[in-house]
Write a protein that binds this ligand. Structure first.
Ligand code: ZN
Ligand code: ZN
Length: 137
């Protein structure tokens, strides 16, 4: 069954709608994904290229395509810097940063990839205390 999911960047200028069901959901801990996202890992949903409709701000999306082979590309909102979906030249797949979606995508991560490259501090994350907002002092 096809289902549509909306997504957006932090400032809201870039809005899109992607169509599921999706092919894969990988959490990637490689050093490139860590640098690119500024956090522990990328959380990427994979689908085919025709499964996206830009609702606004497409002209505000910039792609980063490195010259060096083997370095990942990315796309982001030029106003707020949030990652947005992009077509991977290497795999030909549309890569959707899962955190940008406004709704439950109906798929959960199937694996952690590049696990051996995870941040030194990552193993402490699942066991760290949980708060519904900022910790109360
Ligand atoms: Zn934005
Ligand atoms: Zn990666």
């Amino acid at each position: 069954m096809t289902e549509k999911f909306k997504g957006a960047c932090l400032c809201g200028d870039v809005q899109y709608e992607v169509t599921g069901p999706f092919k894969a959901f990988h959490v990637c801990h490689c050093s490139q994904c860590r640098r690119s996202t500024g956090t522990a890992h990328a959380s990427n949903i994979f689908t085919t290229e025709d499964n996206i409709k830009w609702l606004s701000g497409e002209d505000q999306v910039k792609r980063y395509d490195p010259e060096e082979p083997g370095v990942i590309s990315k796309a982001f909102c030029t106003h707020c810097g949030s990652l947005v979906p992009y077509l991977s030249a290497k795999s030909g797949m549309l890569i959707i940063p899962a955190g940008g979606l406004s709704e439950d995508p109906g798929i959960t991560p199937q694996d952690n990839i590049f696990w051996k490259d995870r941040a030194d501090w990552y193993d402490a994350v699942p066991g760290a205390p949980r708060f519904d907002g900022f910790p109360i002092k």
